[in-house]
Design a binder for this molecule. Structure first.
Ligand code: G6Q
Length: 513
């Protein structure tokens, strides 16, 4: 057989309706379940059958999925446009193990930073003076800790709370500062580059606010930095003794498990944070060693490729049945869309197939009362990932039973539907694919496992689509133009070189500001 290509997928026969697939294959519900760490991934209600799966596995092989996975773990520069290794797996390796980047084992450095973070977090947790930690960062330096802080509600220190400021819009910092007491607030300025305008602007505002209240000398006790750029941290006025470092081989959206997770570590403690990292590592090892046919990230990635390139589905909904995971869809939006939202391949050629899907979602059951209508009866097919837990992180059993009943009901209703020829508006066609990911309980380890699962899904899909999942050049043009337009708004520079519509927007703003 010739190598399968992505272009072949659209001409493959479509699998039967899920009703047929279950009716003709009594073993489907058991066979199409994959275990990875503590996760039970049930993809039996995916629109797929054995022949299609065989083709997809062949595609994974011919696309070099194993070789590229191994190259990542070997520290090769698989981020080609930035000529960097992709080393986030090193951040969660146990002490004493090895991950080489450019000929050097980086694991000892990782643990040195983790130890320093741990000592600092312990000090904050035991010293009564700090009760509010404000993380100032954006993108990868915000979404991970903000999502995980919320997800780990049940594991947090009871005296210390964290807030997250990211947006350049002053309402973000204003609302957080309004709720802060200078004497008991610690600011964590989290920026890999320490050159991001949003973060530096917010950090300067916070610094001025603190100095106005407590004087310049207070900065040393109330500001720490997380960055790869010591020089800029010092320039900003934070002593590099109060800085926690990481490395250019950690991508922003892959950095919640680096020092970028400092606020999370303060909240859940160094022990909880190590459990979180341990969860990632369990899935890393699964991904690294499991055969493709039993490899959860590979299988989930293949389903996504099949949906995108075989069946033409443009979006995917991630629907956590845990309100604590409310920010998880937003986190995955960045992880997936910034990684695989690309249209040139590794050789710089325009791709001829669709790449990353549009990721979206909200927690159940809220979404059920909002957009699920379209998922059940709309004209578009939206593959869904449901995420749920055997136990809730609270004592309200009745609530949890109701929640999980809803998850299972949605999965069943979408897949099998219910025919009603007499009343078409009550007809549920079914055959709407979904995957159900379950675990015992949302713990730090399980959260790490979920994140690592999706990280590797993105990696495998990027490999098959032939794109660089680890760069993000698409965010540059907007930044450059914003830098040009800023002085034009304030009158320091004349509007220059724009199209007529943008000129009109600028002039409207200058009149009305
Ligand atoms: C993530 C992106 C991006 C980045 C932010 C913040 O992968 O690179 O979201 O995290 O732009 O960058 P800094 O951490 O450098 O401030």
């Amino acid at each position: 057989m010739n190598d399968i290509t992505l272009d072949d997928l659209a001409s493959l026969p479509r699998p039967d309706h899920l009703r047929e697939l279950f009716a003709t294959d009594p073993g489907r519900a058991e066979r199409y379940v994959t275990a990875a760490g503590d996760l039970r991934i049930d993809w039996s209600k995916a629109s797929i059958d054995d022949p299609t799966l065989d083709v997809l596995l062949a595609l994974a092989e011919s696309s070099g999925v194993e070789a590229r996975r191994d190259a990542m773990f070997a520290g090769d520069h698989i981020n080609v446009t930035e000529d960097r290794a992709v080393g986030h797996a090193a951040l969660r390796m146990p002490a004493g193990s090895s991950f080489e980047v450019d000929g050097e084992n980086v694991v000892p450095d990782v643990h040195e930073v983790l130890d320093a973070m741990g000592a600092f977090a312990d000090r904050i947790r035991s010293d009564e003076s700090i009760t509010h930690v404000v993380n100032i960062g954006i993108g990868g330096s915000d979404l991970g800790p903000a999502m995980a802080y919320r997800a780990m509600r049940a594991f947090r220190h009871d005296r210390i709370r964290c807030s997250f400021v990211s947006n350049i819009g002053g309402d973000d910092i204003a609302s957080v500062l309004a709720d802060c007491d200078p004497a008991s607030t610690l600011f964590v300025v989290a920026s890999k580059t320490f050159g991001t305008i949003e973060t530096l602007t917010n950090a300067r505002t916070a610094r001025t606010w603190l100095i106005d209240a407590l004087g310049e000398a207070a900065v040393a006790d109330h500001f720490v930095a997380v960055s790869t750029n010591a020089e800029r941290v010092a320039e900003f006025g934070i002593d590099t003794g109060n800085m926690f470092g990481f490395w250019d081989w950690v991508g922003g959206r892959y950095s919640v498990d680096s020092a970028i997770g400092l606020s999370l570590m303060i909240a859940i403690g160094p022990v909880g944070f190590r459990e979180f990292l341990g969860g990632f590592h369990v899935i890393d090892e699964h991904f690294r060693t499991a055969p493709l046919r039993e490899n959860a990230p590979v299988l989930m990635a293949l389903l996504g490729v099949w949906y995108a390139n075989g069946l033409g589905h443009d979006t995917k909904a991630v629907l956590p049945y845990a309100n604590d995971l409310a920010r998880f869809p937003a986190y995955l939006q960045q992880l997936d869309m910034e990684s695989n939202g690309k249209s040139v391949d590794l050789d710089g050629h325009r791709v001829t197939h669709d790449t990353g899907p549009i990721i979206w979602g909200e927690p159940g059951t809220n979404g059920q009362h909002a957009f699920y209508q379209l998922i059940h009866q709309g004209t578009r097919i939206i593959p869904c990932d449901f995420i749920g837990f055997a136990k809730g992180n609270h004592s309200y059993q009745e609530h949890h039973d109701l929640l999980m009943a809803n998850l299972f009901a949605q999965s069943e209703a979408l897949a099998f539907g219910r025919s009603n020829d007499a009343e078409p508006h009550r007809n549920f066609e079914g055959d709407r694919p979904n995957t159900v990911i379950l675990a015992e309980r949302l713990t730090p380890s399980v959260l790490g496992q979920l994140i690592a699962l999706y990280e590797h899904v993105v990696h495998v899909q990027g490999t098959i689509w032939g794109v660089d999942s680890y760069d993000q050049w698409g965010v540059e043009l907007g930044k450059e133009l914003a830098n040009q337009i800023t002085p034009e708004l304030t009158g320091e520079a004349k509007p220059d070189d724009h199209d007529s519509a943008t000129n009109a927007l600028i002039s409207w703003y200058r009149t009305h500001r």
